[in-house]
Design a binder for this molecule. Structure first.
Ligand SMILES: Cc1cc2nc3c(=O)[nH]c(=O)nc-3n(C[C@H](O)[C@H](O)[C@H](O)COP(=O)(O)OP(=O)(O)OC[C@H]3O[C@@H](n4cnc5c(N)ncnc54)[C@H](O)[C@@H]3O)c2cc1C
Length: 363
């Protein structure tokens, strides 16, 4: 059996640890800290149940809105029974770490970001890179993202007492700029609100902060959500390439083969930016690409990823609509609403048929 160092202990790093360990390999995870990573924290109800059943991970802070509004800035929307549970990322990471430790997996919380040089002191011949969108990922994987494949995100997460709203979750997809906004409502005045989009096709004068406040206005005017406090969001970046084949999954430096999972290989959904379940799945594909001696075959891994994404979170319609959104074509509201309805129905139905966190196709 093989030995693997995994750098990064959030969703995809911990999935890699659990699945490689399940196969009998010796794994050691290095994570900087347990923290409330920026993330909407929306996961499917099915993934929530799977975590509980398969890994005994019980997310107590999870909140299920009864309905989800998926709409346009015009107020036109589709209201569906919510397919998502929202959770805090701190709890998700904490509970996954607990579950991994119970399996006997070694986890070191380093208390600081590991540097490129430090990684070589702890690396195994094949080392898993699960450090998300970060300098270290870029160095280890020799990665340069095309700016068109990176979303910019502003997000506020916290207690907002001066607010009134129906008990729904909201995703408002913009048909004019290439992005969307979300509002997830938790218990006890907890709001998680953000906007994100791809920056490459926007004019130089575009301000994400203005867009964030415009989104709050759209919520007020068109969706009866009144947030009466000035929220101060923080900015993040998230890779969400449409064409996942464009980027390699591994890179060799000084005889060490680094293999990426999760955000390091751009797993997130090309429109929604949901990357938790696709990240989980990427690590399952990684484990499925090991041979009997525990050697990961990177080409097999990439093949499995592509095949599985095609039936999970990168289906033809997702790809088509995300290309349309990024093309800056002047859509009219009628088309945008039609596309939204089609996408929503299709996405939810397919998500239920082929879970985004599971491997549907083996080689
Ligand atoms: C604002 C925002 C909202 C989002 N909302 C959603 C959502 O609602 N649903 C959804 O499914 N997805 C969402 N996503 C996407 C999702 O967060 C990511 O796709 C997912 O977290 C990827 O997991 P990962 O494990 O690959 O990487 P990450 O979650 O980025 O984890 C990387 C880990 O590596 C650690 N690390 C990084 N560098 C080092 C280092 N040098 N040394 C040691 N440790 C290091 C970090 O501390 C971190 O814990 C959102 C993303 C953002 C930015």
């Amino acid at each position: 059996m093989a030995e693997f160092t995994i750098i990064g202990g959030n969703v995809s790093g911990l999935s890699a640890a659990l699945h490689l360990h399940e196969q009998g390999h010796d794994v050691h995870v290095y994570e900087e800290k347990i923290w409330n990573k920026p993330c909407g924290g929306a996961i499917s109800v099915e993934f929530f149940q799977y975590l509980k059943k398969k890994w005994n991970v019980e997310l107590e802070e999870a909140h299920k809105g009864r309905y989800m509004i998926i709409g346009l800035p015009t107020g036109k929307h589709v209201r569906i029974e919510s397919p998502f549970v929202t959770t805090t990322r701190k709890e998700l990471q904490e509970k996954l770490i607990e579950a991994a430790k119970k399996q006997g997996i070694k986890i070191t919380i380093t208390g600081k970001r590991l540097t490129h040089e430090e990684v070589f002191d702890i690396a195994t011949p094949q080392t898993i890179v699960a450090t998300g969108y970060s300098k270290l990922s870029h160095q280890l994987l020799g990665r340069e993202w095309d700016p068109k494949d990176v979303a910019h995100i502003l997000r506020f997460d916290g207690i907002v007492k001066e607010a009134s709203y129906p008990d729904d979750h909201y995703i408002i997809i913009d048909n004019k700029i290439t992005g969307y906004g979300w509002l997830f409502i938790g218990d006890d005045h907890h709001l998680n609100v953000g906007i994100g989009g791809e920056v490459a096709s926007l004019p130089g004068s575009f301000s994400w902060l203005n867009y964030f406040y415009q989104f709050i206005e759209v919520l007020r005017e068109k969706y009866d959500v009144h947030i009466n406090e000035k929220l101060v969001p923080r900015g993040w970046k998230l890779p969400l390439p449409i064409n996942k084949k464009k980027y390699h999954v591994s890179n060799t430096i000084n005889g060490i083969e680094f293999i990426g999972v999760g955000d390091t290989v751009g797993m997130a959904h090309p429109i929604l930016g949901a990357g938790i379940e696709p990240g989980w799945m990427s690590s399952k594909c990684l484990a499925a690409a090991t041979n009997e001696k525990g050697w990961i075959d990177p080409s097999k891994y990439q093949r499995l990823l592509i095949k599985n994404l095609k039936v999970t979170s990168n289906r033809r319609l997702d790809v088509f609509l995300s290309r349309m959104m990024r093309s800056s074509l002047p859509y009219n509201n009628y088309f945008a609403y039609y596309a939204l309805k089609m996408f929503t129905t299709h996405m939810i139905q397919k998500m239920r048929e082929n879970h985004w966190y599971e491997i549907q196709y083996h080689d």
